[in-house]
Design a protein around this ligand. Structure first.
Ligand code: SF4
Length: 109
């Protein structure tokens, strides 16, 4: 392969260093194989607030995703549930004494 002439000043010669310096494009490998536009699908926990009585049982069954506020009502981590967290969430939904906790399919970007 031949080297470009020492005095190469065409548009490509000028643009590539500019793009690299400004980060104007995403280079291969920077997304860790994920598309930035792919929706994050999955089951998420939702609370029916009028039905919730603050028993706090859910936070004991899904401690990795549910904490309690100062009055004992659940604060839900809204990330999609997978693996053991999803299993725990299903148990918490089944155990909620007022049927206030449920799992929903949500697609968000
Ligand atoms: S177990 Fe049900 S009623 Fe009790 S705090 Fe959790 S969601 Fe509310």
């Amino acid at each position: 392969m031949s080297e470009p002439p020492a005095d190469a000043t065409g548009p490509q010669t000028l643009m590539i260093p500019l793009i690299e310096a400004t980060g104007a494009i995403t280079l291969p490998g920077e997304l860790n194989g994920r598309s930035p536009r792919r929706p994050r699908r999955g089951k998420r926990l939702r609370v029916d607030w009028p039905a919730c009585k603050g028993h706090a049982l859910c936070s004991e069954l899904v401690p990795e995703r549910i904490t309690l506020d100062e009055w004992g009502y659940p604060l839900i981590d809204d990330r999609p549930l997978r693996g053991a967290a999803l299993d725990h969430a299903k148990k918490a939904v089944a155990a909620c004494p007022t049927l206030a906790l449920r799992l929903v399919d949500v697609t968000s970007r």
